[in-house]
Write a new protein. Sequence first.
Length: 537
Amino acid sequence: MNKKWWKEAVVYQVYWRSFLDTDGDGYGDLEGVIQKLDYIRDLGADVIWLNPCYGSPDVDNGYDISDYRSVMPKAGTMDTFERLLREVHARGMKLIMDLVVNHTSDRHPWFIESRSSKDNPKRDYYIWRKDKNNWRSYFTPSAWEYDERTGEYYFHSFAVEQPDLNWANPKVREEIYDMMRFWLDKGIDGFRMDVINLLAKQEGFPDSPHPDNISYLGNNPGIHDYLREMHDKVLQHYDVFTVGEIPFVTPEDGVLYVGEDRGELNTLFHFEVLDYIAYWDMGKFKDIQKRWYDGMWGKGWNSQFLNNHDHTRVVTRYGNDKEYRVPSAKCFATLIHTLPGMPYVYQGEEIGMTGVRYESIDDYNDIAMINKYKEAVAAGRDPQATFESLLHLSRDNSRTPMQWNDSANAGFTEGVPWLKVNPNYREINVEQALSDPDSVFYYYQKLIRLRKENEVMVYGSYEPILEDHPQIYAFYRALGSERWLILLNISEQEVLAELPEDAASRLQETLLRNYPEEAGAADEFLLKPYEARIYRC
Ligand code: TEU
């Protein structure tokens, strides 16, 4: 197995605008991240992924960039950023930035020039056409916006305010490579690459027979040429780590992006779980894990995550955020940290933060949710029913401010938070977690320490058993003579794990469990709701 530092790492995702506000403007900032680096290091994370903090009008919370070479004032200054990078490195950790180059903001100078006239030198920095086709975008009914001034449409995979760059134009590619070097020369340790498989567009933009299936946005011919050029011209000249955010990808395609012989990316996020499984489905989840293991193991590196800034927190989405919040948070943590691939911890996941249900659409900020609401109501759907139908998957579920303590606004800000703090912050907060030896935080700390001390969690094979069981997820990880059994009851019922005879007899040591051991229990393998165990065999 080809060992690499990043294969052994645990990544902590910082959505800085909701992390810690130190200047009272109601937004988190980079100074706040600096103040909490010891907290992140104590958890055991090695790499910090920082969501975009570049100059932006913030239509899509920083994913609409108007100045790639600056830090937006809400976040701080370039000096603050450089101090953050120094402080991260001083703690032996690494920092990767968000590379958002499929599109810019419509207020980027390039777009302002491009839209000004048809013969502007930057016209073909973006994608302009006389007519639109029938494609949707992620956030709007059409992926085309008519521009009066020049009487043409421009293409946008996301919001109207996020015009797609024309990657077929070598000048655009060189501009982006130059910008990447600007940040890499500061010493950052790599990039998380936003929807990086969307860069290549279908030749001629043909109509789709199924316009609601927006997979036509990604994985188009030419994408690997761009990524290989990016690698050859930029990435290979730095000791960096790259993770591609790659929707609509299968394991076979995945290997084309992250194969160790491909000269493109190091690892990827796929969305077969989070984009298609709204509520927990054990069978689908097991199938996805098996296909990705069989498709990628030994060829390319996968990532494991069930939380990020775009998806509802796992205890609310797939677990139980009421009476079993703590065991289910620990159970899913065990799952993510013992499956093959690089685990990501999204801020607040390590203390079992939950999703939210605010009263009105006016309490929400997420442009994706708001656009979906407007589109449905404009089509005549009942506003309240529409609002309620969007609550489960609203991206704001995971964007509420980090809950540090039980003081006003959970200690996140002394101002008015840009997004309301989850009312349960009085019970769920970092201060409480650090004072409770059985907290979710210390469980994550133990999981991460296990990974640091046992290569089997990183490089071990994956062998599922009880594959058809609807509640129990059980699998071996094995490397050399080291063999572990992970046993999870992902359900709200007590379940008897009927292990194969040889399995039970070979269990030597319990390495971690999320319920206390019960001496003389009726049956050793009667698992409590969301019970998780890791055994050494
Ligand atoms: O998200 C991309 C995105 O929306 C899909 O790739 C993915 O399927 C996701 O799971 C949505 O269901 C990225 C950023 O993470 C997001 O915050 C931005 O809004 C978006 O790109 C546009 O930059």
